[in-house]
Design a protein around this ligand. Structure first.
Ligand code: MG
Length: 376
């Protein structure tokens, strides 16, 4: 097992749960990065004493002053994040950055041959083959932290070829609601997830079912399967975290209480397992149900499937449009149903590039964001 880790996105939901795991496992944390929550980052520094820390540019001076009594090198901005991603002391990096800005750090960590515990689905959705190729070339390993992908990864440890992936999702807070209801949805309603306690962006994605669309694409890249081999199953109890069907029609599932610390820890300790702070699952009295997703009411899941079937830069455009549309929705600038419309339009309007470079991916992401902003 790895004895030290670095962590990108330390003040977010996955970041704080990663530090909880590090605390319980007694891991050394060599480097941290956060965007702007300097009070939490400061307390993390005082507890874990990393040697290198990155903060967003706007907060750099204030943060540097706050920790001036500590022996820590402070860096900032995109360059700083890259420094953390390629830092040499930790062979394991947990990437819990939110959104596309995790792309270049992921490629940097891959070129260093690191184990990348990966919780930054947007990067894999947008970068696709560029990311998986960088991982192969650098002799790095991408280990999923997303609960569904961690489950799939655990199910395939026997080594047999996958026939089909059954990707489960809770259905979000608006399961069984109709299109009329969705017109009335506010940001406060969308961020209240029934099962998982998560950041705002992923909560909105979960409410729109875009999260399941992003995860479908993530599964295609992580497990090298075709989009047709991934079926989304709505499972409101969030006990079965995903299933894999094999050639002989045997289906293997992974179950547990919804607690991200299990997935984070497994990505760090793999192939070992260690005791976890997560609660043990008591199956008695639990009813497990499985439903087909309502793709008519929630069209972004179908959009994601079309995007990955088309391939190239289209998933990057879709992801960029979605990131900005979610931010606008959370800021009360657009309605929940307008978010659907804009993401679909921006994706359909993207100019297709079959084999995009990193620059093409970033340009497609930007163009889709601009499309959304200019059509609100
Ligand atoms: Mg997930």
């Amino acid at each position: 097992m790895q004895k030290s880790i670095s962590l990108l996105g330390s003040t977010g939901s996955i970041g704080t749960q990663t530090l909880d795991v590090a605390r319980k496992l007694g891991l050394r944390v060599t480097a941290l990065s956060a965007h702007s929550n300097i009070s939490l980052l400061e307390s993390q520094c005082r507890e874990f004493m990393p040697k290198l820390v990155c903060i967003g540019e706007e907060k750099y001076k204030e943060f540097k002053l706050a920790v001036s009594d500590l022996d820590i090198e402070i860096v900032c901005g995109d360059e700083g994040v890259l420094q953390i991603a390629s830092e040499d002391e930790s062979q394991t990096i947990v990437n819990a950055v939110l959104g596309m800005k995790g792309l270049l750090p992921t490629i940097a960590a891959a070129s260093k041959g690191k184990r990348i515990a990966f919780a930054n689905k947007e990067t894999l959705v947008a970068g696709g083959k560029l990311v998986t190729d960088a991982v192969k070339q650098g002799n790095a390993v991408l280990l999923p932290v997303d609960s569904e992908h961690s489950a799939i990864f655990q199910c395939i440890q026997g080594g047999a070829a996958i026939k089909k992936i059954l990707l489960t999702g809770s259905g979000g807070p608006f399961l069984n609601k109709n299109s009329e209801f969705l017109k009335t949805v506010t940001p406060e309603m969308a961020v209240r997830h029934p099962r998982w306690n998560m950041g705002k962006k992923i909560s909105v994605d979960s409410a729109s079912l875009m999260n399941k669309g992003l995860e479908l694409i993530e599964a295609v890249h992580l497990f090298d399967v075709s989009p047709e081999m991934v079926e989304v199953v709505i499972h409101p109890q969030s006990i079965v975290h995903s299933l894999v069907e094999f050639e002989d029609n045997a289906i293997v599932a992974q179950l547990g209480m919804p607690d991200m610390r299990v997935c984070i820890q497994y990505a760090i300790t793999y192939p070992d397992r260690k005791p976890s702070p997560a609660e043990s699952l008591d199956l008695f009295g639990k009813e497990l149900t499985f439903l087909k997703p309502d793709e008519k009411t929630f069209p972004l899941l179908a959009l994601a499937r079309r995007a990955i079937i088309k391939g190239g830069n289209i998933p990057a455009a879709m992801n960029g449009a979605n990131e900005i549309a979610v931010a606008l929705f959370l800021d009360n600038k657009i309605s929940f149903t307008k978010l659907f419309e804009l993401v679909i339009e921006a994706t359909e309007n993207a100019c297709f590039i079959e084999r995009p470079s990193v620059e093409d991916i970033i340009a497609s992401d930007n163009a889709a964001r601009e499309y959304v902003v200019s059509h609100i």
